[in-house]
Design a protein around this ligand. Sequence first.
Ligand SMILES: *Cc1c(COP(=O)(O)O)cnc(C)c1O
Length: 391
Amino acid sequence: MNEQEFGFETQAIRNQLERTQYLEHSVPLYLTSSFVFEDAEDMRASFAEEKDRNIYSRYSNPNTNEFIHKVCAMEGAEAGFAFASGMAAVYSTMAALLKSGDHIVSSSSVFGATHSLFINYFPKWNIETSYFDINKPETIEGLITPNTKILFAESPTNPAVDIIDLELLGAIAKKHNLILIIDNCFATPYLQQPIKWGAHLVVHSATKLMDGQGRVLGGITVGDAELIHKIYLFSRLTGPALSPFNAWVLSKSLETLAIRLDRHCENALKVAEFLESHPQVNKVKYPFLKSHPQYEIAQKQMKLGGNIVAFEIKGGLEAGRAFLDRIKLCSLSPNLGDTRTIVTHPASTTHSKLSVEERLAVSITDGLVRVSVGLETVKDVIADLEQALAP
Ligand SMILES: *Cc1c(COP(=O)(O)O)cnc(C)c1O
């Protein structure tokens, strides 16, 4: 397919594998651990990477190739590698590119497991991370040292839904010759394409909105072909590859990404507007609400506001817990980006091990509630939130 000519949805739907001799319409599942060779020369050339072909499913597989190919087209990336989970993507990407003594500059608000990796594990290999405050991007350059190799950020952030200016990060990375890596999980390539703004690599937890139906785990890194080749060599050796079955599911999920996201975002904006008008709510954060501190930046770099709404419930920790207890329709679950609306209260759950100061450093106040708005009839979601908010 000519990837320049076709639109986003067409890429997601039609960019599939060649048909087999059975002329199937929907791509089949290739549950095979390995592939066969014609002869000794074929085998030699394949292992020498002289041929672009499948050898062993730890390296590649038709289903994972299809998934990678689609995401590359959607993100405007040259190449990619697919992983068993979002964290396998984050870890393998960093581990393949870093060496002892290297330094990372990262946004302070990153996914909890990524944060733990940076502060609890990478220092064991003499890789240190400095964090910048998302609301003070002017401090980023001051953190860069001669050893800094990677600039890492998420936007929108989890769970506070802050927005970082990707164009600014792209300019800083270029000026200081850093590898800019963006975790684009909350936006998906439908809403935001970081490569356009100068990112070298984009990582995703495909578990979230890419699957969007809470079925499989998956992850992917796409971007610059040379960097991806390093990540590929590390990953084919260490074995974090996505399973063919999950890749098959995810390739089909991508076919409905655009239409799902349109509705997710439409519903989320309605939920955000409802919450903003509610007397029990102090503050609502949604990128496409005019009240969002980085509204202008969100408008510049995102097509729509995403499906995550954060709000501050009056009454702090206890009010947050009581709110969760009164929820009837929505789910209490650590996942997000599902057809089902999910509510979480980070201070009493996912981030309860942190001190109040540590929580505040990552923008988590005691009353912060995160809603991952789903695809139910939106009036039913709003009615559930309304009855749970009533004191
Ligand atoms: C969930 C998530 C991850 C990790 O993905 P898994 O598939 O759960 O391993 C990474 N980054 C962000 C922003 C996430 O929301």
